[in-house]
Design a protein around this ligand. Structure first.
Ligand code: SAH
Ligand code: SF4
Ligand code: F3S
Length: 440
C-alpha cells in the first residue's frame, strides 16, 4: 500500500479543472491520497494554463518557490502538465530553469501518468512526454470529482476556430467529439451516484457531433440527457455565436432541465475588431441571437467574455463594445486585457494598444458591467428562486451558498445537511455579484 500524498494545483479553465479530477482519480488508483498541504505532499502536480501571460507567469513563480522544498525533501516528485506543456518554448523554460521538475506531460496523454511516474522512479531522470495532437479519445479514465452533486462532463475536445488572439487550438488540438453513448453512460452513472447537475464541457459545444460518423448534434445530445432521471439541471460551456443554432434556442423552451443561462462570449462589440479576431459573426448577428433567445426564454441569464485592447482597437471600437454591453444587459461577464500569445496571428500584428489605454478601457468596461449586473439583480428582489445548495460560506458557518438556474450565487441561512439538495429561496437583498435571501 502506497501511503504517499499528492497535491494538484490547477490553473486555467473548467477543462483543466476536470483534467485535474481525472489525474486525481489515476493517482488514487495508484494508492496515493490527496492533500491540500504543500509541506505534507510527496508528489506535487501543477496543471497549467497558457491563455494569458499572467497565467503563465504565476506557474513559473510558484515553481520557483518549490526549489527549496525539493532541496529539503529530495524524494519529492514534481510534475508539470496542462496547456503550457504543449508549447515547446514553455517546456524549454522548465527543463533549463526549473531543473527540480521531474515529470512533464501534456493535455493528450494524462492516461500515461502511471507509466511516467514509474519511468522517473526507475531512472531518476526528468521524463518529458508530450503529444502534439491526438485523434484518440481515451475513455477508461474516470474522475475524482470535487463535489458529489454537480459534475463536469467532457463532450468534445479541442478547437478548430483559431481566433487570432487565442492559443487554445495550439494546446488542445483539433476538435473531436466523444461518442454519445459514452457521454450518456457517464451521466447515467453520475445520476445513479446522486449527482443532480451536470455541466457539459467543450471549447465550442455548438459544434458537437461534427466529427461523429452518424448525424447527431448538440441538441440531440441535450434531448437524451434531459430524459435521464435523477439529473435535474443541465448546463454547458462554451458556446460560439457563429455555431449557435435556432434548434438550440428552441430547445430551451422544450427541455425542462436545461438551465435558463447562456454563456455566449462576444469578445468585442466592434465589427472591425470581430473580423480581425476571426470570430466569423457581426455584432448584428450576436444581437439577433440575443433577441431570439430572450423571446423564447424571457428570464434567461446571459453572460459573456470580453477582451479589451485587441490590436488596432480604437476608442470608437471600444465605445461599440460599451454600447453593445448596455444593449444586451449581460448578467455578468469575464473581462480580459488582451495578452500577446506567441504563435498566434494577433501576436504579429504591429498595432498593439498601449498598456495605459488598455487599463483605462478595462476600468470603464468593468464599471459599466457592474452597474448592469446590479440592475439585473435588483429585478430579482422579492422573487422565489430554485437554488442547488453547494457549500457552507467561507466567511460565515451559519450561511450556505448555492446557485440559481440562472447561475447566480445566493447566500442564505441553513443547516449543512441541505448541501446537495434543491431548495426555494426568497430573495431579500441583492449585491453586484450575489443575492441574499431565506429558504421558504
Ligand atoms: N472556447 C471558449 C473560451 C476559451 S478561452 C470560447 O471561445 O468562448 C476563455 C476566454 O479567454 C476567451 O473567451 C477570451 O475572452 C479570453 N482570451 C483568450 N485568449 C486571450 C488573450 N490572448 N488575451 C486575453 N484574453 C484572451
Ligand atoms: Fe480560443 Fe476561439 Fe477556440 Fe474559443 S473558439 S478556444 S477563443 S480559438
Ligand atoms: Fe483552458 Fe487555459 Fe488551456 S483556458 S484550454 S487551461 S490554455
Amino acid at each position: 500500500m502506497n501511503s504517499k500524498k499528492f497535491l494538484i494545483k490547477t490553473y486555467g479553465c473548467q477543462m483543466n479543472e476536470h483534467d485535474s479530477e481525472k489525474i486525481s482519480w489515476i493517482l488514487i488508483n495508484m494508492g496515493y491520497t490527496e492533500t491540500e498541504n504543500l509541506q505534507e505532499a510527496d508528489f506535487i502536480i501543477y496543471n497549467t494554463c497558457l491563455v494569458r501571460e499572467n497565467a503563465e507567469l504565476k506557474v513559473y513563480g510558484n515553481l520557483g518557490a518549490l526549489k527549496q522544498l525539493k532541496r529539503e525533501k529530495p524524494d519529492l516528485i514534481i510534475a508539470v502538465c496542462g496547456c503550457m506543456m504543449q508549447r515547446e518554448e514553455a517546456r524549454n523554460v522548465i527543463t533549463k530553469k526549473h531543473k527540480h521538475v521531474d515529470i512533464i506531460f501534456g493535455t493528450h496523454n494524462i492516461h500515461k501518468l502511471p507509466q511516467l511516474i514509474n519511468n522517473h522512479l526507475k531512472t531518476g531522470q526528468t521524463i518529458v512526454d508530450v503529444l502534439e495532437d491526438s485523434r484518440e479519445i481515451v475513455e477508461d479514465i474516470e474522475a475524482n470529482r470535487k463535489y458529489p452533486y454537480k459534475a463536469f462532463v467532457d463532450i468534445m475536445y479541442g478547437c478548430n476556430n483559431f481566433c487570432t488572439y487565442c492559443i487554445v487550438p495550439y494546446t488542445r488540438g483539433r476538435e473531436n467529439s466523444r461518442e454519445p453513448e459514452n457521454i450518456l453512460n457517464e451521466i447515467k452513472e453520475l445520476a445513479n451516484q446522486g449527482y443532480k447537475e451536470i455541466t457539459l464541457l467543450g471549447q465550442n459545444v455548438n459544434s458537437y457531433g461534427k466529427t461523429l460518423i452518424r448525424n447527431y448534434d448538440f441538441v440531440d445530445l441535450l434531448e437524451e440527457i434531459n430524459d435521464i432521471s435523477g439529473i435535474e439541471r443541465i448546463r454547458f460551456m462554451t458556446s460560439h455565436p457563429k455555431d449557435l443554432s435556432d434548434k438550440l434556442i428552441k430547445a430551451y423552451g422544450k427541455l425542462d432541465k436545461l438551465c435558463e443561462h447562456l454563456h455566449l462570449p462576444i469578445q468585442s462589440g466592434s465589427n472591425k475588431v470581430l473580423k480581425e479576431m476571426n470570430r466569423n459573426y457581426s455584432r448584428e448577428d450576436y444581437l439577433t441571437i440575443i433577441s431570439k433567445i430572450k423571446k423564447e426564454v424571457p428570464n434567461i441569464a446571459i453572460t459573456t467574455d470580453l477582451i479589451v485592447g485587441f490590436p488596432g482597437e480604437t476608442e470608437e471600437d471600444f465605445n461599440e463594445t460599451l454600447k453593445l454591453v448596455k444593449e444586451v444587459e449581460f448578467d455578468s461577464a469575464f473581462t480580459f486585457l488582451y495578452s500577446i500569445r506567441e504563435g498566434t496571428i494577433a501576436a504579429k500584428m504591429t498595432n498593439q494598444v498601449d498598456n495605459d489605454i488598455k487599463h483605462d478601457r478595462f476600468q470603464r468596461l468593468s464599471e459599466t458591467l457592474n452597474e448592469i449586473s446590479l440592475g439585473k439583480n435588483k429585478k430579482l428582489m422579492g422573487e422565489t428562486l430554485e437554488v442547488l445548495v453547494e457549500e457552507v460560506s467561507k466567511n460565515n458557518p451559519d450561511v450556505l451558498t448555492g446557485r440559481t438556474r440562472g447561475s447566480k450565487l445566493v447566500h442564505f441561512k441553513g443547516k449543512n445537511n441541505l448541501i446537495g439538495s434543491i431548495v426555494n429561496v426568497h430573495i431579500e437583498n441583492v449585491k453586484t455579484f450575489t443575492l441574499e435571501g431565506n429558504i421558504v
